[in-house]
Ligand binder design. Structure first.
Ligand SMILES: Cc1cc2nc3c(=O)[nH]c(=O)nc-3n(C[C@H](O)[C@H](O)[C@H](O)COP(=O)(O)O)c2cc1C
Length: 175
């Protein structure tokens, strides 16, 4: 699939089949994330792959949505703050690194016919407790991973490019 078709195909899937996802497909999407760039190549992204029913139950207080908890695989994308690069003004780029890696993962999943959905609105303290995440590691986002239920489809509601892009200075128009 060419890249424009792939980015158009990816959308937030909130309804999954219970069809299992093979280890080889899981590894493929994780490997796409592994190849993502990161600031200073520090590679602070850490993933937790959740498949067991027992762990899934522990995620209920983290993000209590039926479609999320029912997906065959759930992935937590975390940042190791001992590794993430900090700019000279102190700004930590770890979340950016994790976001790029997770974006690679969601696009690789779409190419394989798998669905994902970025989850940022989760309870972080509960996530750390449920998944035994050490204090120096922050969960940044979750995504379910599974085959989309029939009838789910992309609805790309996006602002026009003119809202997003300035030319020469902030707010500058194209000649
Ligand atoms: C950083 C981030 C956090 C998000 N958090 C949530 C979330 O907590 N729950 C949810 O259902 N969708 C979440 N989304 C999905 C967005 O709602 C979705 O990407 C957006 O509406 C565009 O739709 P699309 O992904 O289908 O193209 C999140 C997306 C991003 C990028």
């Amino acid at each position: 699939m060419d890249f424009p078709a792939l980015v158009a195909r990816r959308f937030s899937v909130r309804d999954y089949l219970d069809t299992p996802v093979s280890e080889s497909l899981i590894e493929k999407v994780l490997d796409a994330a592994r190849l993502a760039p990161s600031a200073c190549n520090n590679q602070p992204t850490r993933f937790i792959v959740i498949q067991d029913q027992e762990t899934r139950r522990k995620l209920q207080p983290v993000y209590n949505r039926e479609w999320f908890l029912a997906a065959p695989v759930i992935i937590a994308a975390c940042c190791d703050r001992t590794l993430s690069w900090r700019r000279s003004d102190g700004r930590d780029y770890g979340d950016v690194d994790v976001a790029i890696a997770l974006d690679h993962l969601t696009l690789a999943a779409a190419e394989l016919g798998l669905g994902t959905c970025w989850i940022g609105n989760f309870k972080a303290a509960e996530a750390k407790a449920a998944l035994m995440i050490p204090s120096s590691i922050d969960p940044v986002a979750f995504t379910p991973l599974g085959f989309p239920a029939p009838g789910t489809a992309a609805r790309k509601t996006r602002k026009p490019l003119t809202d997003m892009v300035s030319w020469e200075f902030y707010g500058g128009h194209h000649r």
